[in-house]
Design a binder for this molecule. Sequence first.
Ligand code: NAP
Ligand code: ZN
Ligand code: ZN
Length: 368
Amino acid sequence: MRAIVVKPPKPGVEINDVKIDEDKLSTIGLVKIKVLENGICGTDREIVSGKRTSVKPPAGKDELILGHEAIGIVEVGGYGLKEGELVMPINKRGCGKCLNCLVGRPDFCETGEGLVAGTKGLDGFMREYLYDDPKYLVKIPLAIKDIAILAQPLADIEKSVEAILTTQKRVPIWTCDDGTFNCKKALVVGTGPTGILFSLILRTYGFQVWIANRRELLDNEKEILEEPGIIFYNSENGYDNLVKSEGKFDLIIDTSGASASIMQHLVPLLQINGVLGLFGFPRYDNFSLDYKTVQDFVINNRIIIGLDNGQKPHFQQAVIHLASWKSLWPKTTSKMITKVISISNEREVISSLREKLPGEIKVIIRWE
Ligand code: NAP
Ligand code: ZN
Ligand code: ZN
């Protein structure tokens, strides 16, 4: 079958024939899925560029099938899944040793040896067929087929919001006087796909949401933020000016994945009992805080929390949110998939795996 493959740590990507010997594969307990489409994300591009050091092919191989976002159709069902049903595979599979992995929560793996499809020790989903354990498959309703690929990146964000809200149970009352989050202010830094998805989720939970970038928005980005009422701030104008006009933030999420030093600008913006969530992976630089800011942090019960990766419950929650957004914010959801490329258009597939174009939210590769 055809598959999109990389040979880490070498940069580059190819569409090749790879061998799956169906007769030798023990398909007992596995469902056969025909892949319909894959989403491309920044991680794929980092692997293709040769910059991701943690990428690893399956044991004994020098080649890795790329991809961790996929929608497929069940071709040979069983085990609770019927032929013709749409499914999304889960990418993080765990180490098989620690208790968190054994109960389906490899996002909290304690050995660091967990397998991740398309990234670490396990072939990914950019291929014509998959054989998979139903335990790792999430059912997708037909009604959201057009945007369902977003359920994978969204699952990570669902998990993040769950982690934040669970952590905030430390505060006797962290809601407003009507029991909602409507008076709470959140700032999301970065307007990439994850920044936008984070903002949408926080609006769904009722937060007032500001989203920041250090440039003006493109037209399609503006249109996406309009219906849900997400307010844009250009951080070139200084975060201190944002605080002067809007006050401090109960929740700040960094999704910029840029400089680590961005944290020292964000920490002083936090409200009492506030949370700074780190979701992006900073690529360079350091950050430092003076003693006064640290003291303030202690006195005001502020926290910094690392947020990583969603699992099956979060994929299922993501599906519910995508379905609700289609009716709540139809214009927004109609603009989230910015490009669909056919696998037969090899040149464009490869160039999209190499480079993110301005205004891109989600690019899909469609297997014909
Ligand atoms: P992305 O498309 O690169 O988005 C990053 C956004 O941040 C872009 O809009 C970028 O602007 C903006 N930005 C860059 N520097 C900034 C700055 N100094 N201030 C404000 N905004 C800035 O990436 P993504 O796919 O949304 O992912 C975001 C990050 O999350 C990445 O680091 C990724 O590796 C990480 N991630 C984490 C998890 C997890 O589970 N924790 C899961 C997936 C991804 P431009 O558009 O102008 O470049
Ligand atoms: Zn991804
Ligand atoms: Zn583990």
